[in-house]
Design a protein around this ligand. Structure first.
Ligand code: ATP
Ligand code: MG
Length: 559
């Protein structure tokens, strides 16, 4: 496993250290990451993954990957495979085989019978509405179900009949017999099993009753010998039920549930249910659309596992919650790519330049570093010729003040090449600028010109020796800071209409004819761009996804 060990100390780590110091914790630390396979993992899950695998690693323990698969209608093998791939890609290795809550269905069933036999669970026939009415409110206690005092034998028989398929969906449920007057609503005789005629991706049609999360989770933890069951804060109120379940059946151990705050990111949705809507309604191309905050979307956009793990380290783990600025995530990927990404030149909106004093048919090969601060990454060959492309946005006929690029009769340096001066503008019939005629200064390769000063440095490619490419310029998917908080409308009202702008016909330097697909490039002065292998294959020319801009220019009119 490759996760760095410089992880910041978090309160859960301290808790475990204290327990070890007091001799309370003799054995190995065992954690688990328990996704429900009802969607793809998102950046919020990355926090939980880094925490669970990180804690196990810190204490020389193990972390299981367990699918919490008790809702067959919403789950699928596609999600299971995607989740496994994402966890591995993040750089983590789960202990042994993948686990499934459904592996324990037989045992869960036996534990349910054990509860019934001990008078701690009963079969209830209240309908959903009545059940809600009997449950009471935060201010008022609930009322006992009229079925609460069924004899044990009758409960057992009914439960077996439920399993045998003698009842319809929703007709009966198994409930724990705890306390209808408890101030904690979760303890008011919660449902343990319900009837669902649904095929399960792991168990097929073996079952028509399925256990509830609050019953399944503590038992799965105990059966796997989990020592610390780390979950998000919304489960804090469920902890008494977690403990009740384990205290009332004969399980091998009693894991400790510890809660931490979910990750919320501004400009971002982190809910599988809502992300699924974006997919189902065709707002994005799929779960791995580079605009999605899913692990697979981020991978597709050019995020590295290192950057996501570093981000999770940066945000830390606590109980306070709050919202993290998505700028921090962008900072994490910039920081990682700045040190590692190979440099290249891409002219996104090409404008032809002819060097009138450079011999026709001649080319020369310039040698530029792959990374200016890292000579070990070597040099790349960049051809120079009479016809070049520069970016339209790097030329201004009437330059504003402090213009640091090309303008009539002004000189600029072409990055890694010569200095040139613009002498003439060529237009088409409609008056649009289609070409610039420039003069290059042959004495300026790697040295300053004599007697004048270039106005800046711009990037470029040789016209004939460059390669056409398409660029997907991705931006934030939402233009609202908390797309979820809109009480009147919903998050779909806050989609950023410019979250994807496709630039066709960009030109990349020759060394990118067959781009690498393992790491984004830094396109000089433009940002980081990741070659999309699938789209490249389809288009028959390189297609790049913009991972992130070079600087944080969001909302500042930057490109
Ligand atoms: P969602 O609402 O997106 O479906 P979930 O909590 O229902 O999220 P699970 O598949 O049950 O999704 O999550 C697996 C684990 O990941 C759980 O332990 C859960 O607490 C944790 N998790 C989910 N979302 C976040 C988040 N935003 N921040 C931190 N941990 C999260
Ligand atoms: Mg869930």
């Amino acid at each position: 496993m490759s996760a760095e060990s410089k992880k910041a100390h978090n309160f859960i780590q301290s808790l475990i250290e204290d327990a070890i110091a007091k001799g309370e914790h003799a054995g190995k630390v065992v954690t688990r990451f328990p996704p429900e396979p009802n969607g793809y993992l998102h950046i919020g899950h990355a926090k939980s993954i880094c925490l669970n695998f990180g804690i196990a690693e810190t204490f020389g323990g193990e972390c299981n990957l367990r699918f919490d698969d008790t809702n067959p209608e919403k789950e699928s093998l596609e999600y299971i495979n995607a989740i496994k791939q994402d966890v591995e890609w993040l750089g983590y290795e789960w202990a042994g085989e993948v686990c499934y809550a459904s592996d324990y269905f037989d045992q869960l069933y036996a534990f349910a019978e054990e509860l019934i036999e001990n008078g701690k669970a009963y079969v209830c026939a209240l309908g959903a509405d009545e059940m809600a009415e009997y449950r009471g409110t935060l201010k008022e206690p609930g009322k006992n179900s009229p079925y609460r005092d069924r004899p044990v034998e009758e409960n057992l028989q009914l439960f077996r009949d439920m399993r045998a398929g003698k009842y319809q969906n929703g007709e009966l449920v198994l409930r724990a017999k705890i306390d209808m007057a408890s101030p904690n609503i979760n303890l008011r005789d919660p449902i343990l099993y319900r009837i669902r005629y649904a095929d399960h991706h792991q168990t097929g049609d073996k079952w028509c009753i399925y256990p509830m999360y609050d019953f399944t989770h503590p038992i799965s933890d105990a059966l796997e010998g989990i020592t610390h069951s780390l979950c998000t804060l919304e489960f804090e109120d469920h902890r008494p039920l977690y403990d009740w379940v384990l205290d009332n059946i004969s399980v091998p151990c009693h894991p400790r549930q510890i809660e931490f705050a979910r990750l919320n990111l501004n400009y971002t949705i982190t809910s599988k249910r809502k992300l699924k809507r974006l997919v189902d309604e065709g707002v994005v191309e799929g779960w791995n659309d580079p605009r999605m905050p899913t692990i697979s979307g981020m991978r597709h956009r050019g995020y590295t596992p290192e950057s996501i793990r570093n981000f999770c380290d940066m945000i830390g783990v606590n109980k306070a919650g709050g919202t993290v600025d998505v700028g921090m995530l962008e900072h994490a990927i910039r920081e990682d790519l700045n040190t590692r990404a190979p440099r290249a030149m891409c002219v996104m909106r090409p404008l032809k330049v002819t060097l009138t004093n450079y011999p026709e048919g001649q080319t020369e090969t310039l040698s530029l570093p792959v990374h200016p601060q890292n000579p070990d990454m070597g040099q790349r060959e960049v051809p120079w010729s009479r016809e070049l492309y520069i970016d339209r946005e790097d030329f201004a006929e009437e330059p504003p003040r402090k213009w640091k690029r090309l303008a009539p009769d002004q000189a600029v340096r072409l990055r890694g090449g010569y200095v040139m001066t613009c002498r003439e503008i060529v237009r088409d019939d409609s008056g649009e600028i289609v070409e610039l005629k420039c003069e290059y200064d042959p004495d300026t390769l790697g040295v300053n010109p004599e007697g004048y000063k270039p106005n800046g440095v711009i990037h470029w490619v040789s016209a004939a020796d460059s390669v056409e490419a398409d660029i997907n310029v991705y931006d934030r998917l939402f233009n609202h800071e908390s797309p979820d908080s809109d009480k009147e409308g919903d998050f779909m009202d806050h989609l950023n209409p410019e979250s994807l702008v496709v630039l066709e016909g960009a030109r990349v330097e020759q060394s990118l004819a067959e781009p690498r697909t393992d790491l984004p490039y830094q396109f000089e002065r433009e940002g980081y761009f990741f070659c999309d292998p699938v789209k490249t294959e389809k288009a028959g020319k390189p297609v790049f996804n913009r991972t992130v801009t070079l600087r944080d220019s969001w909302g500042k009119g930057g490109k």
